[in-house]
Design a protein around this ligand. Structure first.
Ligand code: ADP
Ligand code: ASP
Ligand code: MG
Length: 428
């Protein structure tokens, strides 16, 4: 069986940890498996490289930024290969390009469009442990090196697991699974034994960075079973799978994201075509838009607000400043002190009152809501960034997510084991 193991930045933060990872890989190898390892950059390497780039340029050329950032993962892969050799195993490290990760040409957030793992298979056939640099690929068109967006090594691992038809894709990180909220913010958060692709997708989109959104999309589309677990223990983690035969969870968790900003375009003339123009241009510039709110107009003008990744802020601002005269809007402001808090649960679509309970919990905690958006299994709000910890805690408490045996709010939900709140017959 082929096993794909991905080790995140904290798992390879220094050379001692790399040696420990090598021990784990060796154990899998001794278990008779063919092992493909995907590594992230050591510790905060990617952040340091980004900082260095920003000291030189506000908007660095995407091609060069990607060239810079991919260096981080190359350091880890080579050091891990050396550590394997020290343990008496042969290993071959490969860059994303060498490993056959083919992407589109969008620097900084390239999508994987094909995987041609010939060199990986060859390495495995020759008896090597194959180590692949995560988070990177090569553009089919431009032949330039690309990166897959922050957290992209998760997607490398899932894509390789799919292409190699691996038995399992293990994501090793610094927490022992997916929790009902970020355990760094909510100490009482509970580990989920299983979570469906759909719920995990919303958790990840809501900012639970334990898995990159695209890795979950990829896993869902290709039927890859993902096991999120700790590289610091041997305990069973969380299985992310298609959710068949799962009991319906009412609420699976609370996610938060402080990595987005709120951009407001004021005094937009209230006439057809303006929103289309703004968002078409932003889409062309590959700016990811999240929540959009347009106010009711007064005096023939309105405000359009939306959230977007902080990293896309400068580019979006530059683009919109240039567009202002044409659309006849007054001004643009970019607010970086916001946070998004999302409540996720597949059961909420059949349960009225979930939004009301969430908003009441935020109100009781003195948290002001600035924007709201919903999907069938998610409710998201934008709040001030400094309110994020109390907000997440309050919402987590309101739905009784910490304790499996404690009845949830209003008695609408009952005890659960292993996953989020389940819907019992009495409630349904
Ligand atoms: P890695 O470097 O291994 O890829 P990340 O930092 O990307 O690790 O992701 C792991 C982190 O995700 C954890 O340390 C945790 O703080 C955070 N996190 C956020 N939400 C959740 C959640 N619901 N469950 C588990 N971890 C979460
Ligand atoms: N090193 C990259 C990052 O920090 C990719 C990853 O860790 O998955 O975002
Ligand atoms: Mg990560």
């Amino acid at each position: 069986m082929i096993v794909v193991q991905k080790y995140g930045g904290s798992s390879v933060a220094d050379t001692d940890r790399i040696k420990r990872v090598a021990q784990r890989v060796a154990a899998a190898r001794r278990g008779g498996h063919d092992v493909v390892v995907v590594v992230s950059a050591m510790g905060k390497t990617t952040d340091s490289l980004l900082r260095q780039a920003s000291e030189i340029s506000v908007i660095p050329p995407g091609r060069e930024l990607d060239m810079l950032l991919t260096a981080g993962e190359r350091i880890s892969m080579a050091l891990l290969a050396m550590a394997m050799h020290e343990l008496g195993y042969t290993a071959r490290s490969l860059t994303g390009s060498q490993a056959g990760i083919i992407t589109d040409a969008v620097h900084g957030k390239a999508r994987i469009i094909d995987v041609t793992p010939g060199r990986i298979r060859q390495g495995l056939d020759e008896g090597h442990v194959v180590i692949v640099a995560g988070f990177q690929g090569v553009s089919r068109d431009s032949k330039d090196v690309t990166t897959l967006g922050r957290g992209g090594s998760d997607t490398t691992a899932v894509a390789l697991a799919a292409a190699l038809d691996a038995g399992v894709c293990e994501i090793y990180t610094d927490v022992d699974g997916v929790y009902t909220a970020d355990p760094r913010i909510v100490p009482g958060a509970r580990k989920l034994a299983r979570v469906s692709h759909e719920e995990m997708l919303e958790l990840a989109a809501g900012g639970a960075k334990v898995l990159q959104v695209r890795s979950v999309e990829y896993a869902r589309n290709h039927g890859v079973a993902v096991h999120v677990r700790s590289s610091f223990s041997y305990s069973e983690g969380t299985w992310v799978d298609n959710g068949d035969d799962m009991e319906q969870a009412m609420i699976s968790g609370v996610a938060h994201d402080t990595g987005e900003g709120k951009l407001v375009i004021r005094g937009v003339p209230d006439k057809p075509g303006v929103a289309a123009r703004v968002f078409t241009d932003l889409a062309r510039a590959n700016v990811n838009i999240d929540m959009i709110v347009q106010n009711v107009s007064s005096d023939g003008t309105t405000d359009i607000s939306f959230t977007l990744p902080l990293a896309d802020g400068p580019r979006a601002q530059l683009l919109l400043e240039a567009l202002l005269p044409e659309i006849g809007a007054e001004e643009i402001t970019f607010d970086t002190d916001v946070a998004k808090v999302s409540l996720i649960g597949a059961g909420m679509k059949t349960h009225p009152g979930v939004a009301a309970t969430m908003f009441a919990a935020l109100s009781d905690a003195g948290v002001n809501i600035e924007m709201i958006s919903t999907s069938t299994i998610r409710i998201s709000v934008v709040i001030r960034a400094d309110a994020v910890a109390p907000a997440v805690q309050a919402v987590h408490d309101a739905f009784g997510l910490a304790e499996p045996d404690v009845a949830g709010v209003g008695g609408r939900v009952s005890g659960a084991s292993g996953r989020g709140r389940r819907v019992t017959e009495a409630q349904a």
